[in-house]
Design a protein around this ligand. Structure first.
Ligand code: OSB
Ligand code: MG
Length: 370
């Protein structure tokens, strides 16, 4: 199958989170959602650029991604004919970094190819599940009561595991309280790099709480310290920010820096790199799960497809549309039942995108034609 990208349209639309979301580096109420549409042979490939508004999670931001996409990537890829999704980025292989910007284009191409072949994105990438276990990521709350109320409502909604954001001072006692209130709920913690090895006593105390895993306790580039910490703890360490490629995965495995990886296709440069990380972790006999970046339904659809692969054996940060938005941009919206989300079976991402609303509410648009 060969496709020619005739047109690419990039749009930014504001979308307000139903709830303020806070992590160790700061909080957010409003997202700047960046959506890409690739047109080929009468088909539309949809994807989302997941870069955040500020460079705290990664060095990329909404504006750096917009810059790289509009100045360098999109002008080079329109008019080109490609034989498989990964080919779409061949003309811009010289671009260093900017994986979230690149991932948006690559993922749009995967949706296009799946649609052209009349198969779901899940089956196009080797998915084997028709529904995936899902969890929820709970932000830092003003106090322990507010946290317990939030956790109780997500437990009520049936999520398969609860991830709780932590930072120094909002960690051991806070999680012990949640553990006591919900003794049977699978709980994990995500520090977004808020600790160093100097905090070893606190990290050892976390180790005694029976957590499923501790996500990204240390700096994003500190593979050696993560290896030292993993050797000192029995709780598995899950790496998020540290892993941007299969090479990073290789290094983490060699050093023993983690036992789990949170794969976000945007962070690693696309679905192709995600599949390579998945394969490497399967070879190591270790689990992966699909993370989230507070995406709209477009990004979520890609995440659900990825999570349908066999090695994605742990619940992902893939929550119901209404956990994030009053109204999602896709139809049908994503819902959670019995702790699972159904993998769409229609062609490509398998959900309809509300183009009229996106056009009506976009604050900027950039269009490229061959
Ligand atoms: O560290 O996993 C993270 C959101 C934005 C940036 C980083 C992270 C997160 C989340 C939320 O934890 C995941 C989601 O529900 O989309
Ligand atoms: Mg994380």
């Amino acid at each position: 199958m060969s496709l020619t990208i005739e047109r690419a349209v990039l749009r930014e639309m504001p979308l307000r989170l139903r709830e303020y979301f806070e992590i160790s580096s700061g909080g957010r109420q409003d997202r700047r959602i960046v959506l890409l549409t690739l047109h080929a042979d009468g088909l539309e490939g949809w994807s989302e650029c997941v870069a955040a508004e500020d460079p705290s999670y990664s060095s990329e931001t909404t504006d750096t991604a917009w810059h790289i996409l509009t100045e360098f990537i999109l002008p080079s890829i329109v008019g080109r004919s490609i034989d498989e999704p990964g080919d779409v980025l061949a003309p811009v292989a010289w671009i260093r970094g900017h994986r979230m910007a690149r991932a948006a284009v690559e993922m749009g191409a995967w949706d296009l190819f799946a649609k052209a072949e009349g198969v779901s994105l899940s089956s196009r990438i080797g998915g084997t599940r028709d529904r995936v276990p899902v969890g929820v990521s709970v932000g830092l709350k003003p106090d322990d009561d507010a946290l317990r109320t939030a956790v109780a409502s997500y437990v009520e909604e049936g999520y398969s595991r609860i991830k709780i954001k932590i930072k120094p001072g909002r960690d051991v006692e806070m999680l012990a309280g949640v553990r006591e209130a919900f003794p049977d709920v699978p709980i994990m913690a995500d520090a977004n790099s808020a600790y160093t090895l100097a905090d070893i006593d606190r990290l050892r105390a976390l180790d005694r709480l029976g957590l499923m895993m501790i996500e990204q306790p240390l700096r994003h580039d500190d593979f050696r310290d993560h290896a030292e910490l993993q050797a000192a703890l029995s709780t598995p360490i899950c790496l998020d920010e540290s892993i941007e490629s299969v090479e990073d995965t290789e290094l983490a495995l060699e050093l023993g820096a983690c036992r789990v990886i949170n794969v976000k296709p945007g962070r690693v440069g696309g679905l192709g790199e995600s599949l390579a990380i998945h394969a490497r972790m399967q070879r190591a006999g270790l689990p992966v799960w699909c993370g989230g970046m507070l995406e709209s339904g477009v990004g979520r659809a890609h995440n659900v497809a990825l999570a349908s692969l066999p090695g994605f054996s742990l619940p992902g940060d893939i929550s119901a549309s209404r956990r994030y938005w009053a109204e999602d941009v896709v139809d049908p919206e994503f819902v959670v039942r019995d702790g699972h989300m159904v993998v769409p079976t229609g062609p490509g991402i398998g959900v309809d995108v509300d183009l009229d609303r996106i056009v009506a509410t976009s604050v900027r648009t950039a269009e490229f034609t061959a």
